[in-house]
Design a protein around this ligand. Sequence first.
Ligand code: ZN
Length: 224
Amino acid sequence: MAALAATFSLVGGPTHAAALTTAGVGWKLTTQLGVTSASPSKTYTITFATETLRKRYTPLLGPAVAQVNAAGLHLKLGGVEPVNPAKCGPAYHVQITELYRPLGRAGFSQGMPCPNPPKGLGIGGIVAYDSEYWTGYPIATYKLRNTVVHEPLHVLGLDHPNADLNRDGKLADYECVATSYGNTPIMCSPNGGYKTTATMGKLTGYDTNGLRALLANARAQGIR
Ligand SMILES: [Zn+2]
C-alpha cells in the first residue's frame, strides 16, 4: 500500500495511467481489443437473439454465471433482443446468437468484447456460436459445454492464456498451464476446462483469477 501511494505521489494527479495487470498464470486479458477491466458495480446481462437460443443456452450457462458472480462480477441471464453480429448492442449486454461457422472454420465459435471501450472498461459484446453443433457436427459433450462458456468470457474481457510452455517460440493449440489433474483453463485455445459430467462448463481457478483481475484493474483506475 505504501509503495502504491508513493507511485501516485510521484506521477501526481488522478489522470495518470494506473498500473494494470493484464496477464497471470493461466489467464490473460483482452488487451488487443482494449479491454482491461470490468465494472465492479454494473450488471452485465446475457441476452439472446431468439427464444430458441435462450432456451438452448440458459441451462448450459447457469453454473458459470453463478461462478462469475461469486468472483465479484454482476452477470445475469436475460431475455430476447435483436442481435446484429456486426454491431455492438446496448451497453453491458452480452449478446448471443448463432451463425454457421462464424470464423469460417468448422466447429469454431466466436466471442468478442466491443472493442476499445473508454478506460478499457468492458461494456459487453457479442457471441456467435457455430450453429452446426446442433446439426450433427461431431463434438464431445464436454467440449461443447466448455465452448458455450468460453465465448461469453471473451466478451467479459478474458483472452486465451496459451503460453509457450515448451519454449519452441510458438503458442500452440492446447498449450496452457494445467492443474495437477490435467485441467487447463476454460479459456485455453481452442478449448479447455473440466471434462467430467459434473464439472464441464465450469470455470477453473485460473479463469476466476482473470475475472478478479478485471475488477482489480477497474478499482485501480478509480472505477466503482
Ligand atoms: Zn477463444
